[in-house]
Ligand binder design. Structure first.
Ligand SMILES: CC(C)(COP(=O)(O)OP(=O)(O)OC[C@H]1O[C@@H](n2cnc3c(N)ncnc32)[C@H](O)[C@@H]1OP(=O)(O)O)[C@@H](O)C(=O)NCCC(=O)NCCS
Length: 151
């Protein structure tokens, strides 16, 4: 049985894997340029970059941005392309829910790209605007549907 673990990214090797997956799946695959490894969002202590490893190899990423009121926003969710469509997204989501519970988070928010609404629905998320400003005024928000899940 493969061993999966969701780890907080601290080591340089894990940062390299995390950036590679994000850049390839969330920028290159969507014909975007300008992925910034040093984006200020990665340096905020409440924003925790996580890497899902299978038998020690990083295969999926998520950034878990802790908010007030026992809430977190998940951003930059991506499974490496060779592993997409094989259940890894479901495993990632299960680990995210466990991580949330361990951090006293009882509501998770996401800007879901239109093409991934079906995935989030399968994971139990529901559509509903959670931040009007982010929804209307950011590049990500405008291409997405806001969704959430209560734990
Ligand atoms: C979206 C993503 C994270 C899903 O991960 P995945 O490993 O491909 O998903 P899984 O194989 O675990 O699928 C889990 C379930 O969701 C469904 N699903 C997955 N992607 C879907 C999609 N785009 N639309 C509808 N359903 C989808 C699967 O059919 C599966 O359902 P099942 O349990 O009934 O079989 C992954 O495809 C990905 O990284 N995509 C590119 C980056 C991206 O768009 N990220 C989202 C940012 S908001």
């Amino acid at each position: 049985m493969p061993v999966y673990e969701l780890i907080a990214v601290t080591e340089q090797e894990d940062w390299d894997t995390c950036h590679k997956i994000r850049q390839e799946e969330l920028w290159n695959a969507k014909h975007l340029t300008g992925y910034d490894r040093n984006h200020q969002g990665n340096h905020i202590p409440e924003n925790i970059s996580l890497l899902l490893k299978r038998d020690g190899t990083g295969i999926a990423t998520v950034r878990f941005d802790l908010q007030n009121n026992n809430t977190a926003i998940i951003r930059l969710v991506a499974v490496t392309s060779s592993e997409q469509g094989k259940g890894v997204g479901g495993i990632l989501n299960a680990h995210i829910l466990d991580f949330a519970k361990a951090n006293n988070v009882n509501k998770i928010l996401v800007n879901a790209f239109i093409e991934t609404i079906g995935y989030y629905k399968k994971m139990g998320f529901q559509e509903g605007i959670w931040d009007q400003d982010e929804y209307q005024n950011t590049r990500v928000g405008m291409k997405s549907v806001q969704m959430s899940i209560s734990l």
